[in-house]
Design a binder for this molecule. Sequence first.
Ligand SMILES: Nc1nc2c(c(=O)[nH]1)N[C@H]1C(S)=C(S)[C@@H](COP(=O)(O)O)O[C@H]1N2
Ligand SMILES: [Mo]
Length: 213
Amino acid sequence: MDGFPRFGTHGSNPPPVVPPTPTIDVTGAIQTPLTVALTDLDDLPPVDQVSDFHCVAGWSATGLRWEGVSFATFYGSLIEPRLAPGTTVTHLVFRGLDGFASVVQLEDALAADVLIATRLDGQPLSGAHGAPVRLVSPAQYGYINTKHLCAIEVHSSEPRLEHPLSRFQLIASHPRARVWMEERHPTYPIAVIGPIYRAVGRVGLWLIARRAR
Ligand SMILES: Nc1nc2c(c(=O)[nH]1)N[C@H]1C(S)=C(S)[C@@H](COP(=O)(O)O)O[C@H]1N2
Ligand SMILES: [Mo]
């Protein structure tokens, strides 16, 4: 599609209020909880990358320019040295200020193109697209890409999160969500789920566009 819509379980709610000194709080299988001030991200090498963005509900935005830091660098320099001895990390949970969360396998989170993004198309992230910072994982569907990132949990087995829409059996998260594999749903094949998700996506986009007018 042209442009890049705001999309998510937030519906048309206003974006969450960003605290005056935003942080990313890291908890779980680390020796002591860690609080990373967003200003500390300036100590990591800056990354500038152009990538496409694909929502599981059937729309894509192309050629988005993200700036930020590599998640693998963040993990290697800040999280890995603090892991509790003998821990094998398997999953991370990324939480947003609006209560949204995504579960990501460590291997997918450490892919070379996964960023903690601070800027989009030359501007600081807007409230619509995830201020103050967001996860960007272009090879995975949008729902992995937590906006308003404020916390990361380190896990040594797969955590089970209640999906905000899980009371509707048809809407559920695939644990990997790889775009090129069309991993849109954990159990239903793409032939069944594809048309349903696309219909839901069209209604969602229509509602969001109507609210924005
Ligand atoms: N915090 C938060 N992050 C979120 C969401 C959300 O509702 N809240 N929605 C996800 C979904 S389903 C998609 S498709 C993308 C949409 O990103 P955009 O609003 O920047 O287009 O954000 C993802 N990250
Ligand atoms: Mo999405």
